[in-house]
Design a protein around this ligand. Structure first.
Ligand code: DGL
Length: 288
């Protein structure tokens, strides 16, 4: 069985384009419709209830405008608190970034165990960097514990990293100073750091450089590629893969300021995007 309808992808804004980039690389024949809720960004500072409401609105918006076959939540803050509400709200497979990200961290931990750098403790722990909402939810710690990871998982809220990424300040002294400040809260036994926000892959190099100074031998993982692989498996499982050789169509939707997404697309998506090709849509608030 095949299905040529697009995959729906959403985020609070442009951050999820890092996940869209990984999806396009892993699933080259799949069409996508990406919604950035740029009118209501940021989500990371909002309450869980507000994020759930916004997430369900976004899913309905994608269903209405996109005729989608599956939903990828390309936002850690939403994935941390709203996956169950989304599964209740739409009748299609829904996948978030937390479980694939946690899985990628466990794989990195097993690499670390096999290499075992002398600088590492015998049972290294995992730390998540994320928004205030993701940190408050404890979602990564819960998923890791369910998967049998016995060490406590620390989480550090890094609210300044989102504006740094959007400002394009991803190298040099400014991000290094900010990251150093956040990394002061790292536990002594940390072995793996999860980039638990879809903006942070833009800062991956500088985070890895600073981490190498604070905790030599520790690894940085980002869940985008793992989310794309998990999406491929989900489509397979539900008989929703595109026909072989299909030519994909990719649409970008925003709830405000298309030109802002176009300006940030090269950094986040790795492509230039014509602002006039980005569709401005109204959020759908109810199910009717
Ligand atoms: N994209 C969001 C995430 O992955 C962060 C941006 C926001 O605060 O809305 O958590």
């Amino acid at each position: 069985m095949t299905d040529s309808r697009p995959i729906g992808v959403f985020d609070s804004g442009v951050g999820g384009l890092t996940v869209l980039r990984a999806l396009k690389a892993a699933l080259p024949t799949e069409s996508t419709v990406y919604l950035g809720d740029t009118a209501r960004v940021p989500y990371g500072t909002r309450s869980a209830q507000t994020v759930i409401t916004y997430a369900v609105n976004n899913a309905r918006t994608l269903v209405k405008h996109g005729d989608i076959k599956a939903l990828v939540v390309a936002c850690n803050t939403v994935s941390a608190v709203a996956i169950e509400a989304l599964r209740d709200a739409v009748s299609m497979p829904v996948i978030g970034v937390i479980e694939p990200g946690a899985e990628a961290a466990l794989q990195a931990l097993s690499v670390l165990h096999s290499v075992h750098p002398s600088s590492m403790p015998s049972s290294p722990s995992i730390t998540v960097l994320g928004t205030q909402g993701t940190v408050r939810s404890g979602a990564y710690a819960r998923v890791l514990a369910l998967r049998g990871h016995a060490q406590p998982t620390a989480a550090i809220a890094c609210p300044l990293l989102v504006p740094l990424a959007e400002e394009g300040w991803t190298t040099g002294d400014v991000p290094a100073l900010v990251i150093d400040r956040y990394l002061q809260a790292l536990p002594a036994d940390v072995g793996v750091v999860i980039l638990g926000c879809t903006h942070y892959p833009l800062l991956k190099d500088v985070i890895a450089q600073r981490l190498a100074i604070h905790r030599p031998g520790a690894m940085v993982v980002d869940g985008a590629a793992a989310t794309a692989a998990a999406t491929a498996a989900l489509l397979q499982e539900h008989g929703l893969c595109s026909p072989a050789g299909a030519t994909p169509i990719h649409r970008l939707l925003v709830t405000d300021a298309p030109q802002q997404m176009a300006a940030l697309a090269p950094a986040f998506l790795g492509e230039t995007v014509d602002p006039s090709s980005i569709e401005l849509v109204d959020v759908i608030f109810d199910a009717s």
